[in-house]
Design a binder for this molecule. Structure first.
Ligand code: ZN
Length: 292
């Protein structure tokens, strides 16, 4: 089995690799929300017989100022993590990290953009006796303080995705952030509310270049191109619309790389503007591919 692991990109003097936790199937109607099917159907390919999109689970691994940083941890591999939405019985994130020479104990910082179950599953693992422990024994877990509050006080809508098994075992490893903060001077945690109130991105900045990992600001690239196509999964749709517009315009102006959790691996591209003034996503190929 080929484990996607080696797609590398350069941002100034910082290199990042896209590692991957496999695929995830999700109902396309839920993803596109109030956008009529006749409009989104023309923009996508590969719906399965249950009308589901295949979503990637792309996570980033990078080193900056002596820290090894993992952004996002996918669906996970604990009992119950991989239901019918996750076709494999095992998540591939740890194998994908191992393929580029990284072991769980090497990770100093884990960053979660938010705490929905498809973004923080490998925060924790089950040992053979079934006890839950942090997967990355030497890491602090960085996330928005607002997101942690909301995830640990779920409501009727959010309780299916904010799962105690991904959260409780890391409760003494947290580094909760209010607002924006530099994790290093090259890696900045930036709030981008909309998908959830506490949803955040990570900006990688080196010299004149920058890249942004957009987390769940979109589940499909067309939602970044057509910013009014707000995801049906967003809890603050109008905030999400404004956040996407602002960030995508900044990315176009700067020529920033955009790394995209749910895109087909590796899910990295740039936003451009067509002669007609429309935003257009363009995939960016990695420096090289390495396979396990
Ligand atoms: Zn997601």
């Amino acid at each position: 089995m080929t484990i996607p692991s080696g797609a590398r990109y350069q941002v100034g003097s910082v290199e990042f690799a896209v590692v991957n936790d496999g695929d995830y199937f999700y109902d396309a109607g839920a993803v596109f929300g109030v956008v009529p099917r006749i409009m989104w159907e023309r923009q996508i390919e590969g719906l399965d017989h249950q009308h589901r999109l295949t979503l990637g689970l792309n996570c980033l691994l990078l080193r900056s100022r002596g820290k090894t940083i993992l952004i996002e941890t996918g669906v996970g591999g604990k009992p119950g993590d991989r239901d019918s939405s996750s076709p494999a019985s095992e998540g591939t994130l740890l194998t994908s990290l191992a393929a580029i020479g990284v072991q769980p104990a090497d990770i100093d910082v884990v960053v979660n953009t938010h705490l929905h179950a498809d973004h923080c599953g490998w925060n924790t693992s089950a040992d053979p006796a079934g006890a839950l422990t942090p997967t990355f024994p030497n890491a602090s877990y960085v996330m928005s303080a607002t997101e942690w509050r909301d995830a640990t006080h779920p409501n009727e809508r959010t309780r299916a995705t904010y799962l105690g098994r991904n959260l409780d075992p890391i409760a003494d490893r947290l580094d909760l952030i209010e607002g924006e903060r530099a994790i290093t001077d090259e890696v900045i945690f930036v709030p981008v509310p909309g998908h959830t109130e506490g949803h955040s991105t990570v900006v990688i900045r080196s010299g004149q270049e920058w890249a942004v990992y957009v987390g769940d600001m979109a589940q499909h690239r067309v939602q970044l191109e057509r910013t009014p196509w707000v995801s049906g999964l967003d809890t603050l749709p109008l905030v999400s619309l404004e956040t996407k517009k602002r960030l995508m315009d900044e990315c176009i102006e700067a020529g920033a790389l955009i790394a995209f959790c749910h895109g087909a691996y590796p899910g990295v591209g740039r936003m451009t503007r067509t002669a007609e003034g429309h935003r257009k996503w363009v995939d960016v190929e990695p420096l090289e591919h390495r396979h396990a």
